[in-house]
Design a protein around this ligand. Structure first.
Ligand code: C2O
Length: 650
């Protein structure tokens, strides 16, 4: 076939695509070379490739044979560029110091020659070296351009667009109600996932690494507007859909690993009284239980969970199986009300429940929604680090080598994916989003295309790995993902929360001649800050509007368990008692500790719906007194006084 004939059957559209690909390939090659040249790798590779004889250390002879040398070259290459090859073989890095003999003899070896060609090809052809998971809409992400951090495995598997599942035939059930055989299946699935080599993108190690990379600053924006700023899937409206997608692919892998198409990820139902303890299935240490994790707070293992953890309401943990006395029932009610507040009172409206628009900067986080901030955060910290633990958290925070845990998996974002409980915990967070979305107070979330069209690429398929590009709009209805949640009761347990007033109200909150504090100020544990006479918006909220209490520019050390509570119209002397079961409670600011990124401190924000609280405790007044109750000893600086604003619910 000559050139002319060739041209005549290649259709133009195809040609255009090929041209586009070549252009992109050249562009990415140039970028990649530029990155590599900055590092040591190229120098090392060129040195080892072209430098004359290097003798095997101490042996006084050249390397044995061409095959051996070729093997060495391969190991050197993969050692220097592990991300270029997938699936990598089981590398033995201690072979690394062995070097090649002479250029001539290995060049003569066809195997080595092939390696050289393949190596250059892999570097030069960027289409083969996509990142494992990347956000592919308006902000492109790179996992650690410096090459020093443990990014998820890379893959050359094809990327396909997500297609909604045809039927929702999987029902996610509460862990504590699973049948014996379902429990065994869950254990087996995770055991098999743990048995996959770490280089497999659906291994348990790789799954944990994905979470770590997405919350420990390994991904950086790669576009003009936010060049090199760290990316995080927490502390903004990305939280709920990203985690839904993440555990969906985790669930798919488990399903494939046990060969059961109906297997669904069980959820840790900490919102229901009979599920308010770490499920025994996760605590059982026998037979190398794959769901067991040693890095949990031993003091809390069999205790009644505290969904308002760190707020001092409960000085001693309560035995889950202990007597159901008043203390126990009060604690259960506090838990129910925490969920009630996050779902209904403070979580009314998408921005309050799901979080704010991300800031795209290193140090300014957006606002977490109540879905993330309240019970979710409490359960991470409650399961993870022991209070007053002597583990050096600052070391946990700065190490990016993937090896730390500080005896604490769940209590630190970077390590939390290493506890199998994380995935069942997040299944419950996902379920609470699902419940919110299907009630009148909730809804579909945001109508902003920046949210709906945000997309990420995830690994799929244990036997035949491929990558799937999935958009947030694809996952707003769980049926598109083929699962639903078991209806275990006629109504969610949190609707039984018994809310009472902490103090009597006689239309107070007018400031009453109290002195307003000056901002900025630093919160001190045990010292309540009262901000008197905060003005309410003049007009009552119209349709689709909501009044929200906003505290912006909250500066804190992200490596610590930061928390403060917010309430209105509570006198200072009663403020320490503020808790979710009281009508005066507005919500909290709380974070799961995570890494220091650029420069140490972070700034965050809270926005909390306040209409219901106002209706209960503010009468017809035009101002309210806001109390801020610090709950942990770590330094939090508030730059601005709280304000009450009118907002559109979405
Ligand atoms: Cu990505 Cu519960 O955290």
């Amino acid at each position: 076939m000559d050139g002319l004939e060739l041209a005549s059957w290649v259709d133009e559209e195809h040609l255009r695509r090929v041209h586009k690909r070549i252009k992109q390939a050249v562009k990415r090659t140039v970028e990649r070379l530029r990155d590599c040249m900055n590092g040591y790798k190229w120098a090392l590779f060129l040195f080892l490739t072209f430098f004359p004889p290097v003798r095997r250390a101490g042996s006084g002879r050249h390397l044995a044979d061409a095959h051996d040398r070729c093997h060495c070259l391969y190991i050197l290459w993969v050692g220097a560029f592990p991300e270029k090859l997938y699936p990598p073989t089981q590398l033995e890095y201690h072979h690394l110091p062995v070097a090649v003999d002479t250029m001539n003899s290995w060049m003569a070896n066809p195997c080595c020659l092939l390696w050289l060609v393949a190596a250059i090809g892999l570097t030069g052809y960027p289409g083969l070296t996509f990142a494992a998971t990347d956000m592919v809409n308006y902000k492109h992400l790179n996992c650690d351009p410096s090459g020093k951090l443990p990014c998820p495995p890379l893959s050359t598997a094809p990327i396909v667009d997500f297609k909604p599942e045809r039927s929702a035939n999987r029902v996610r059930q509460p862990v504590h109600r699973l049948s014996k055989s379902y429990q065994e299946k869950y254990k087996l699935a995770v055991a098999r996932m743990k048995a996959l080599p770490a280089s497999h993108p659906l291994s348990f190690t790789a799954q944990a690494a994905i979470h770590q990379a997405y919350c420990d600053g390994y991904y950086r924006y790669d576009n003009a507007a936010a060049k090199n700023q760290t990316f995080d899937v927490h502390f903004s409206w990305i939280f709920a859909p990203w985690h839904r997608i993440y555990i969906y692919f985790y669930e798919r892998a488990l399903r494939e690993l046990v060969g059961d198409d109906t297997f669904a990820l069980p959820y840790w139902s900490w919102d229901a009284p009979d599920g308010m303890v770490i499920p025994p299935l996760f605590r059982d240490r026998s037979n190398n239980n794959s769901l067991y994790d040693p890095y949990r707070n031993k003091a809390n293992l069999d205790k009644l969970v505290d969904l308002d953890y760190l707020s001092n309401a409960r000085p001693e943990p309560i035995d889950f199986n202990g007597p159901k006395d008043d203390k126990y029932m009060d604690a259960v009610n506090c838990n129910l009300c925490t969920v009630y507040d996050q779902q209904i009172r403070s979580g009314k409206g998408a921005v309050n429940f799901l979080g704010g628009v991300p800031n795209f900067t290193d140090t300014d986080r957006s606002s977490s929604g109540t879905l993330e901030q309240m019970a979710h955060t409490a359960m991470h910290v409650w399961t993870g680090r022991a209070p007053n633990s002597t583990a050096d958290n600052s070391t946990c925070a700065v190490e990016h080598d993937g090896s730390y845990n500080c005896l604490n998996d769940m209590g630190f974002l970077g390590s939390s994916g290493r506890d199998p409980l994380f995935y069942s915990h997040h299944a419950n967070v996902d379920r609470l989003w699902h419940i919110w979305a299907t009630t009148p107070r909730g809804g579909n979330g945001f109508s902003n295309p920046a949210w709906l069209d945000a997309s990420f690429v995830f690994f799929d398929g244990v036997r035949h790995p491929r990558r799937v590009r999935i958009k947030f709009r694809d996952v707003l209805d769980t049926r598109n993902l083929g699962y639903t949640y078991a209806a275990v009761a006629d109504k969610p347990p949190f609707l039984s929360c018994n809310l009472t007033s902490l103090v009597p109200h006689g239309g107070g909150g007018g400031g009453g001649g109290k002195v307003a504090p000056t901002f900025p100020l630093i919160l001190k544990d045990g010292e309540v800050v009262e901000v008197p006479g905060v003005a309410l918006p003049a007009a009552p909220p119209g349709p689709g509007q909501d009044r929200v209490l906003v505290i912006d520019r909250i500066e804190y050390d992200p490596t610590e368990e930061n928390k403060f509570d917010v309430a209105i119209n509570v006198p200072t002397e009663s403020a320490a008692k503020v808790a979710p079961q009281y009508k005066e409670y507005v919500g909290c600011f709380a974070v799961v500790p995570s890494s220091v990124q650029s420069g140490g401190k972070m700034k965050g924000k809270v926005t909390l719906a306040i209409d219901d609280v106002l209706a209960d405790v503010a009468g017809n007044s035009t101002t309210v007194d806001v109390v801020i109750v610090p709950r942990t000893p770590y330094e939090i600086k508030l730059y601005q006084a709280p304000t009450i604003q009118m907002t559109n619910m979405n």
